[in-house]
Structures are given as C-alpha cells and as structure tokens.
Design a protein. Sequence first.
Lengths: 383, 621
Amino acid sequence: MLLAESLLLWLDRVRGDGSGVVAGFSVSRLFGTLRWVVVGVGLLAAGIRSRSNAVQNLTLGLFTTVLIVGLLELVCGWLLKKQAATFPKIAGPVHSMQPDPYLGYKPRPDTALTGVRTKDGRVIYRIQFQTDSNSLRVTPAKTQIAPNKYALFFGCSMTFGEGVQSNETLPYYFTKADSTYRPYNLAYSGYGPQQMLSRLQHNSPRRFVSEAQGVAFYTYIPDHVNRAIQSLTNYEYNRGNAPYYYPDGDSLRYGGLFRDSRKFRNWVYEVMGRSNLLKFFRISYPFRLSDRDYDLTAEVMAKSAAEYRRQFGNDRFYVIIYPTTLPQEEIVSRLKAKGVKVLDYSKLFNPLQKGYSIPDDEHPTPLANQVLVAQLRKDLQKY
Amino acid sequence: MTILGISAYYHDSAAALLIDGTVVAAAQEERFTRKKHDPGFPTHAVRYCLEFAGLRLDQLDAIVFYDKPLLKFERLLETYYAFSPRGLRSFLTAIPVWLKEKMFLKRMLYEELFNIEEFDKKNVKLLFPEHHLSHAASAFYPSPFEEAAVLTIDGVGEWATATICHGQGKDFKILRELKFPHSLGLLYSAVTYYCGFKVNSGEYKLMGLAPYGIHGSPEVARYEDLIRQHLVDIKDDGSIWMNQAYFNYATGLRMVHDDKWQALFGFPRRDGESLLEQHHCDFALAIQNVTEEVVIKMAAEAKRLTGSEYLCLAGGVALNCVANGKLQNTGLFREIFIQPAAGDAGGALGAALAAHHLYFNQPRKVDHTALDGMKGSYLGPEYSDLEIRQAARKYGAVFEEYRNFSDLAEKTAELLADGNVIGWFQGRMEFGPRALGARSILGDARNSEMQKKLNLKIKYREGFRPFAPSVLAEDAAKYFELEGVSPYMLLVQPVRKERRNALPDNYEELTLMEKLYFLRSDLPSITHIDFSARIQTVHRETNPRYHELITAFKQLTGYGVIVNTSFNVRGEPIVCTPEDAYKCLMRTEMDYLVVGDFIFDKKRQPAWQETQNWREEFVLD
C-alpha cells in the first residue's frame, strides 16, 4: 500500500501538478483511510477467528457499535451538508478581526467595512461600519451639545450591533437620547464577560476615555455562561481565543487565553468537534451548566464591576439582562448577591417575536435596541 | 456581452464601457477636449474606452445612446403648440437644428462613430433607452442593493423631469413620473440663472451660497413664501406644479421672465461677476429649503410606493449634496446610494446598464464584497511612469522620483503639514464631477489660511466657495456627524459640535467675507459657514494610495483629514493628463505637484513660458 501511495505521489509530481490530488482525491488522505480500513478489517478477522468466545463477542459488539456510529456519522454529515446549504451566508467582511493577547481577538482597528448576510440570494442584512484606532466600532453621533460624559458598552454581538447599521445600535440610541454621553462600543461578536474583565485589567478603556464621569453597561445573554467556561460550542467558534478565568478558592485567577492554558481540554474539544453526530444534535460539552459555571460567570461580572469602580471612581456599572424566553434567576440572584447592579430586562419583550430580532439571524433589530434604550433611560433616572 | 454607452448633445458628454455587466471604463469628453461641460459627440471618451479594453467598435454587442431623440422632439413640438404663439423666436431657432441634425440622430451617431473607425453596423445594435431610465439604471445597477427604491430628478429628459422606480434584481418598474414643464431641476436652474450663475454648471455655486443666507430670518421666510405662492405648488407626494407665467424655459431663450421676478422678489437679476449681496444669499437659502422639502417628499413617496429600506438617487438634482444630507438625516431609508456621475454624464453608463439587463435580459449579480459597483468611480485613464517622464521632458521639468510609495506618501504628508498646496495626480481619473483623490488639489484642513489661498491664488474663483474634506472612512465620525459613508462626496453633514468654535455675539452683523474667514472649528478650511462639510470618506479598497497619504498625514499631525478640491482652475475641466497637471502647477501658485511616483517642486521648475493668455483659454463658469 505504501508502495502504491508513493508511486501515485511520484507520478503526480512528475506528470501531474504535484499537488498530491489525483482525479479529485487526495492521495495521502485516501491511503490514510485505506490503512485504517485494512487495520480494522484485520482486527475484525482476527477477532472473529479467535478461539475465545469472549473475544469473538467483544469484536462483534465493537464492530457493530463502530458500524452504527460510523453510519450515523455519515448520515448526520450528509444532513449537516444539506442544512448548511440553506444557512445564511456572509459575503464581504462582516467581521475583520485580528488576534489580541488579552481578548483573544478583536476587530481590526482603523478599518471601514462593508458586509452582507444573505440567504438564498436574499439579503438578510447589509452593514457598513468603521472601527477606530482602539478597535471600537465607531458610533456616529448627531449631538445637540458636545458630550461631557462617557457611556461604556461591554458585551457581545448584541451590543456590538451585528446586523444593524452603526446608527441603529444600542450605544447609538443611548447617546441619541442623551447626547451628553459619548458612546464607547467595547463589545464584539462572540465576547463574554471575561473579555470585559480582561480588557479592564490589561488594556483598560480608561486609557482613551477622556471624560471623567459616566456610566458602564454589560449586556448579558444566557450563552455568556458557555463563553465564560468555554464550552465545546464556544470553542468551535473561537478555538480557545478568549481570556481564561478560573476560581482559585475564593479568588478569581487569570490564566491567559483558553487556547494556551487548557491544552488537554482543547484537544478533547478538537476531537469532539469533528463529530457530525454531536453537531447535528447540537450536543455541547459540558452537557448541562452547573452551579459552578454560573458562579464563575457571575464572579467575572462582579470582578469587572469592582475593577470598573476602582478605575473610574464611580459605581455606575450595570449588567443588563437582555430579553429572553429562558429563566434568568440563576444568574440574576448570583449577581445581586455579589452586589452588582442588575437591570433585568429578560421580560421586556419577546426577542422571538417578529420585529425584535433580524429574521434568519436572531440579532436585535433597531426596534429592539430602541425599546431597550427607552427602558434603560427610564431606569437610570431611578438609580 | 460588451456594451458602449454614450451621452451627448446636451451637456457633459461621456462614454462608458460595460463588459458582462461590469463597468470597466467611463470618462467625460470635457476632460480630453478641455472644454468644460463639452456637449459634443464624445469621440475622445469613446476612443479611450475602446483602447482601455483593447476593443474595436465591431466587437461591441451594442452602442446605447442615453435618451430617445424622437420623444424629445415630440415634447418640443407639443410644448410649442401648447404655448403658441409664445415662443416663436425660440421655435424658429430650435426647429432647423432638429430637422437638420437631431431628428436624424442615428445617422449622426453612425457618422461620428465611423470617424473613430469603420465597423459593420449590422453587427452592432444601436439602442435608445429613455433619459430617466438611463439615470435610474445608473443609480440602481451599480448600487450594492438587491432591491431598492430609485429616485431620479433632473431638469428634463424627454418628458419626465423626475421618476420614482422600484428596482428588484435585474428588473425595473417605473411607478411615478413628473413631466415637463414641471421640474425641480429647472426651478433650481431658474434661480441659478437669476442669481447670475450659469445654468447647468452654476447650480453647485448656488448651493454653496445658500448657507450665507440668514437661517430663520424674515427675508428668507419671505422669499420662501413667494416661491411657494407664486412659482411652485408642492404637493404632499412631492410632485410639483410650476406657474409657467413666471418661467420662460419652455418656449423662450431665457430661464425666467426677468421683469416678473424682479417685481416679485424686489431685486433684479444679478450680472455674472457683480458683487454678491445678502439678498442673493437669502434667496439661495430659500430655494435650497424648497428643494430639500421637495426631495424629501419625493423620497417619502418612493418609500411609500416601494416599501424599500434602500434608496438610489441619480439625475442632476442628486448632486445637491446638502439636500442629500438632509434626506439621509430623515432616516427614511437605512442606506442611500447616489450615482457619483449623477448628471447627464452618468446617463452613458446607465444607458449601457439598462441595455445589458433590460434589453439583453442579462442577470444582475451584486458584488457584496465591494462598497458598490462603481469601483470608487476611478474609471478614467491613467498614465504610466514613462508617459509622465515624457510630459516632464517636454517642459524640461525637474522632479524627484520615489521608488517606494510609502516614502512618497510621507514626504507629501510633510509638505501638506507645512502648509503647502499640492496637486495630486494618481491612477485612474474620476468619472463624474467630483475629484476624489485621483485628480485633486490638496491642502491642510487645519490651516486657517488654506481656504483663502486655494480660492484666490490657485483656483481663481469666488471667495465664498467652500472646500471639501477627504477623511479616512474609519475616522469620519471623529470629525463629522456622518452616519455611514460618503465615498463620492455627495453628502453634506455638520462638523461635530465639540470641534466647533463659539460664534461671537455680533456674528450676524459681520459682512459676508468677515463671516467667511471666521475660524469656525479646528478644521477651518473645510468648515463651511453653517458648520457643514461636503464629506468624502476615503476607503483603502478603492483608493489605496490616497488612503495611505491621509494615513501618513494622520501619523504626522493626528488628523486623518485633508482639504480636497478638484485639480483645475475656474472654468477649466479637471485635469486629465500629466501635461494638464503640470500646466496647472505652473500657471497657479500651487507649491508642489505629485504625479505617480514623482514630486515636482514649483520652485525648482524652469521659468514658465506662456504662449497664450491661459485665463482666456477657459470660459469662466
């Protein structure tokens, strides 16, 4: 087999284009699979021909299991491929990112981007946005007066404004309603609370926020727990490029990036990530979130609030619970217990209702952002 | 499929070449003939398009003219008939020209094309889409939208003066039309004429003059009332009815009845070069306000009829960037695309696009990875290093060559920061009326003397005329209250409040010139009198060299914004060749010229021997 493989590769080099691909098949991959097949068939034959009944039974049992799982993997792979064809597609750089030692990744600074998300040729959204030298999405402002306060917005794509124009984001509507605030959109797609904490600890916005007074918001969605603990699905999204915080007794420790700090877990995720079966049935790991996971997430937010207080000299830091159909008691109670100010908007509207999320995308619409800001403004007056 | 679009015989003749639905080349004839707004057949522009693509005329699938001459003739006859016996003089002047030439446009076009080269006309279709269809196609097809409302507004085509269309994929539906003689473009041109500027070229001067009017003053309100009561009736759907008793354009040789306007507004028509007074400014502001109201109402109607979230604009009125800015601020549409060559030049491109998608039924593919389909509007000719050297040799010019563009950008940025005025000539020339960093004169926007220097020593034009900023797209929101991008300098938005300086208490009592030179922001050269700016956002993808220059300037000064004005003097078309650029350097008080990889220092050039009075070479506009 090795000889045949070498011969084919040699022929490809001498006569073909030297790419190692012959008639559409990768020679190395084909022979790699064949080797496994030969080893498998050999083991199967040896097991069946064994004199021990136990070995025979074990071999057949294993063979049947591998066969069923293999078949299921193939079927799920085929179904996933079919599904993928109907998934929305992104054309153009909706994202243009670069690595960051503390955040894992961030938007490319000083960039103007145009990107479109389409499904079956139909445009779901088309956005144009710019980033500044600090990699923040630029929020245009039609100010009545020059702003003299800051408004920091931490969070994920919901806050960043994925799918909406720069004049339709949460930070935009907030400062449109009160132009004494200058918005700083520190959010980005795929971020969780740990990016907020890491940013505050290692590359604080205090460096470029010129206003003395202001307010900070973190917009929370349920998936942020998966991000804080780096679940399998989250790993699939960022390949471990996110800050890693873990509990150490009563304190919270920073362990660099998940990518560099949890090598064995990452390897397991890589293996699990290849399974079509897990992908098709959307099975993540851990299979369910535990109290420890919620504790860690809440602690990262609480620590961020404390860090903010220390750096900015005020306690106007709020965690906004974004509207959801899922119960939020687990996180809200923990945050309150840790003294974090929570604006629980989980019931403000149903994000699945038409008009509140972008069809085929699920990010907030301009209307959702407007409604949320209206409530936020009301509540801020109370505090 | 290869299609050549042509616009000619009115003003701003142009040619555009389309290959498989993609615009590959486009240019205005004036740039080659050096006659501003040249209305003649675009021989040079056609030649350029063919040479650029390496094509001969008989390799084309179609040649498309941007309007229907017979329909136009029908409009002419019907108008004269309706107004008779008025307009007899105009009738007697116009009809012979029509009977001799324009009626037989097909033959005339063939003759002109045969002058370029012989070709078998059986193999090449000659098509004539309607004028406003050409405009609408020029706006919709290159736009980044799969579906959009399309609004075209200009003086007049055949019958239509404004249309509302709905574009979807490759298809088009005309939903509403406003017909001659009721025309927003002609109303604006009438006021342009009355304020002493040239029709079809002075409209943007009137727009620049409007901010000198006193906002909210009784005078402006009075003019607005008079316009609404006597000149134009504006309906809720944006359609207008113009009282022809006050206008003369339908049948006469002038735009308006001067005596009636004088009686109505209380001042006579201004002579071209006479002093501009406050009432001219107030009148300009009044018509600008009326125009904005109509444009916004038309756009609202387009929204109502199509339900679209996107709008495409074309036609001469779409060059009114102040109105465009106001329209953007209404939030009626999520995004607006304005054809950079919105005037008749763009009709050449639109005609070709309409033929491609509607006549030949070819599919439309939107490139979502690009800003739009106009390639930054850099569609004109470019010149090699060899051609630049040849031009320099002709005049014995002295230059310094930079092999590394980053070094050239840094050097140019330094020169800009030192207060020098620089002619910037790079890559392919712009298609459309705006200089977008390919044929531009540049200066430091922070420099308080720059506006005066540019207007009086370089451009030799009216002192009140504002200058526009080119700003890095990513930095635009730092300086301006701009939501989105403005790559074609077709949106006016205010400078951010925190950058503005407080006005003195006696500001309203200052004279026009005192107001003009008052430092209104930390970017005084580009902050117009009402704190607005006509913004060009510069994008790395479409003009990497210009982007790099401004980035170098930003690294040096902290400001990612410079002054950009067209590379010409008053009355001259924007320069096309390196030779044009060198002449402009030597004839004006420009300090440096940067052409390709070469920098020409004015001080080191041999004495300029002018063979003719160049100031008389160009007719003042």
